[in-house]
Design a protein around this ligand. Structure first.
Ligand code: BES
Ligand code: MN
Ligand code: ZN
Length: 487
């Protein structure tokens, strides 16, 4: 929870007080900190080197709170003082909030002279204040922040804080789903949690198709992928429809609650990370909830394509032919290319309702990570929608890079027996997956977001990003909806 205050930071009764420091040439300088008592100011500039304070990004140091009410002053780096952006502030606030887990109240005295900076500091703090302790004890995330700004009465600043709370909740809830072990989060369990989340948010409706309903509805992708598991697939529709919407947007999320690869089984090393193969569906669910909480004037329908991809006597085989909803047949040449099969069903269902635009988000390919690494997601699709996604991402601090859907890759997906095969050329695997999905969207404006790498952080925590589920996509999707609401 964040409250705004115009008190002097020195007077705040909090356990820890955070200040930003940056580098200006050789010097280390605190930002917007003329309130700092002299002793402290000297400590963090003159004695910076001795204290290991360089002002570098992701550097968080604690010094004794000399002459201030808080027991500790926490110094968080922003890098070059002349290159401070909303995202550097978000990351600096987030790194501090993350490092301060276990502290109950924290003052934020980072630059916050206008609503944009208030938003950045609030978002960063709320994104960094995350801890996942379902299965073992972990220091509790910071619960109470006091953000120092002159803008306490500014409507834009207040709105920014309210929005940051909604964003923080949505991203953290998405991370929780990704971090949940797959023995606890299987398709039916995910569907139940979607109902709970919808009940808590006013105006969100949920309906669930179970395996019987999926079979009679012709959802051959979900059925085929899910049939190897004892825990059957689900298609969840989550909708928010305000009274006079400016637009209607469909969001389709990949929700493979565990991807073993199926009969085309994955190697043992690293298979554990495939509990995160439902990150797209998690992001979709909590984006719809966030849109409702913010009362955006946009109708949003989320489609969660939930299945567990397992090898067994009932699993689909390489060479099986399945029929996606709507009638297209697919020869399953590799059961590990399962995401595109469940997403095809979801895209067809979404498009049937004739939304203005459809976005899909999926941990779809290892090739995404080969192309863009751990932190940069990819977006493919119609040029204009793709640009809207990149713009929304940039504004909110997520990294999405535009990628093409080369027409020549379609040939690789030819099957000898069906309309399409589910794998294609060896190179450009991410693009081939996008080309496959395009077959199921028809004329509806569309973009495809591949978040395979960025959705699950197996390396170290950084900025406001924890280890494990990151919640990537929520902020970009929400930004996209807000932009559609405004146009
Ligand atoms: N869920 C994986 C993609 C993935 C890999 C996500 C690594 C996150 C990290 C997907 O279902 C998959 O297995 N894709 C295959 C496709 C291939 C068989 C054409 C892949 O990328 O290897
Ligand atoms: Mn797979
Ligand atoms: Zn997968």
């Amino acid at each position: 929870m964040i409250s705004l205050t115009s008190k002097s930071p020195a007077r705040l009764s909090v356990d820890a007080l955070v200040v930003a420091v940056g580098r200006s040439g050789e010097a280390v300088t605190p930002l917007d900190a003329d309130w700092l008592p002299q002793d402290l100011a000297r400590l963090i500039s003159t004695d910076a080197a001795k204290l290991g304070i360089t002002g570098a990004v992701d550097e968080v140091r604690r010094v004794p709170g000399l002459g201030i009410s808080a027991a500790v002053l926490v110094v968080t780096g922003v890098g070059d003082v002349d290159a401070v952006t909303p995202e550097t502030l978000r990351r600096a606030a987030g790194a501090a909030a993350r490092e301060l887990a276990g502290t109950s109240s924290v003052g934020l005295a980072l630059p916050a002279v206008d609503a944009a900076q208030v938003a950045a500091v609030a978002e960063g703090a709320l994104l960094g204040a995350y801890s996942y302790d379902r299965y073992s004890k972990a220091p509790a995330a910071v619960e109470r922040f006091e953000l120092v700004t002159d803008r306490t009465r500014d409507a834009a600043a207040k709105k920014a804080v309210a929005r940051a709370e909604v964003i923080g909740d949505a991203v953290r809830a998405t991370r929780d789903l990704v971090n949940t072990a797959p023995n606890d989060l299987f398709p039916a369990a995910f569907a139940d949690l979607a109902k709970v989340a919808a009940k808590e948010a006013k105006g969100v409706k949920v309906s669930v198709l179970d395996e019987k309903a999926l079979a009679s509805g012709g959802y051959g992708g979900l059925i085929g992928v899910g049939q190897g598991s004892t825990r059957g697939p689900r298609l969840v529709r989550v909708s928010y429809s305000p009274s006079r919407p400016h637009a209607s947007v469909a969001l389709v999320g990949k929700g493979i609650t565990f991807d073993s690869g199926g009969i085309s089984i994955k190697p043992a090393a690293g298979m554990d990370a495939m509990k995160s193969d439902m990150a797209g569906a998690a992001a979709v669910l909590h984006t719809v909830v966030a849109a409702a909480r913010l009362e955006l004037p946009v109708a949003v329908t989320g489609w969660l394509c939930l299945a567990e991809n397992m090898p067994s006597g009932s699993a689909q085989r390489p060479s099986d032919v399945i029929t996606i909803r709507g009638g297209k047949t697919v020869e399953v040449l590799n059961t590990d290319a399962e995401g595109r099969l469940v997403m095809a069903d979801g895209l067809v269902a979404a498009v049937e309702e004739k939304p203005d635009v459809v976005l899909d988000i999926a941990t779809l390919t290892g090739a995404q990570m080969v192309a863009l690494g751990y932190r940069v997601s990819a977006v493919m699709g119609a040029d204009d929608v793709r640009t809207e996604i990149v713009d929304a991402a940039t504004a909110t601090g997520e990294q999405f890079w535009p990628m093409p859907l080369p027409a020549e890759l379609r040939a690789g997906l030819k099957s000898k027996v069906a309309d399409l095969a589910n794998i294609g050329d060896r190179f450009g695997g991410m693009l081939t997956a996008g080309v496959f999905l395009r077959e199921f969207v028809g004329e509806t404006p569309w973009a495809h977001l591949d978040i395979a790498g960025p959705s699950f952080n197996e390396k170290g925590a950084h900025g406001y990003t924890p280890v494990g589920g990151t919640g990537v996509g929520v902020r970009t999707l929400l930004g996209f909806l807000e932009a559609r609401a405004a146009r």
